[in-house]
Design a protein around this ligand. Structure first.
Ligand code: SF4
Ligand code: SF4
Length: 218
């Protein structure tokens, strides 16, 4: 175990770095707990992500028929515009309508995610990055993968996201939370690859196995 020159809380495992807190983090996402509250303000993404979703927006919109207020059902020049311009050139933001992301179904699910599941499209590759990797962040720095908590993880503005404030979860849920590398396995694999995931899994099992669920620890 050694310290990253740039991130004092980072740990090097094999050829990648991971934030120390993640090694003992128990986390899961269930939109039933919160009705998908993290989607209320929409999400940010870059042009290629926008284009990928824009190419399928008519099919994705079919999952949003229970939201008659959306522009998709009124013919006009902006009928299929699902995003606003973001804070900087090349960045976009999904529109928030009636305090919900324009792509969120009334029960809290994401229409893009549901579209992927139904079409057997890998959602980890198709959805907007932030909607796949939250509450983690993956980036390559000096040719090495760095896995960190999202920079806004500790921002009080995200306190309604009860998954990252486990003390606010009911004990019966909190006590059964899986390790984050278990619940986010497919996301982690999609970013750093299967081999690094296996190395990470072995490392956490050896050093922090008590944070694993019974199934994963076996
Ligand atoms: S695109 Fe989907 S996951 Fe992302 S904020 Fe909108 S509803 Fe939520
Ligand atoms: S706030 Fe957390 S538990 Fe709720 S939908 Fe978002 S990621 Fe999932």
């Amino acid at each position: 175990m050694s310290q990253s020159p740039t991130k004092p809380d980072m740990v090097q495992i094999s050829d990648f770095w991971i934030q120390k807190e993640i090694l003992t983090m128990r986390w899961d996402c269930d939109y039933h707990w919160c009705n998908g509250v993290c989607c209320d303000v929409g999400c940010w993404f870059v042009e290629p992500e926008r284009d990928r979703v824009a190419a399928c927006i008519k099919e994705i919109a079919e999952y949003l028929r229970d939201r008659p207020e959306l522009p998709f059902w009124k013919e006009g020049p902006d009928q299929w515009e699902f995003c606003d311009l973001g804070w900087d050139e090349g960045y976009y933001h999904s529109k928030a309508i009636n305090n919900l992301c324009i792509l969120q179904m009334p029960d809290g699910r994401c229409a893009v995610h549901t579209y992927c599941i139904d079409r057997k499209i890998p959602w980890e590759e198709f959805k907007f990055t932030i909607c796949v990797t939250w509450p983690l962040k993956f980036r390559v720095f000096n040719g090495e993968w760095h896995v960190t908590l999202h920079p806004e993880f500790n921002d009080p503005g995200w306190d309604p996201c009860i998954c990252i404030r486990p003390d606010t979860l009911p004990p019966e849920i909190r006590d059964k939370l899986p390790h984050v590398i278990e619940s986010m396995k497919t996301t982690i694999v999609s970013r750093i690859g299967e081999k690094r995931y296996e190395v990470l899994h072995a490392y956490v099992k050896k050093n922090f196995g008590k944070y694993f669920t019974k199934t994963m620890n076996s």
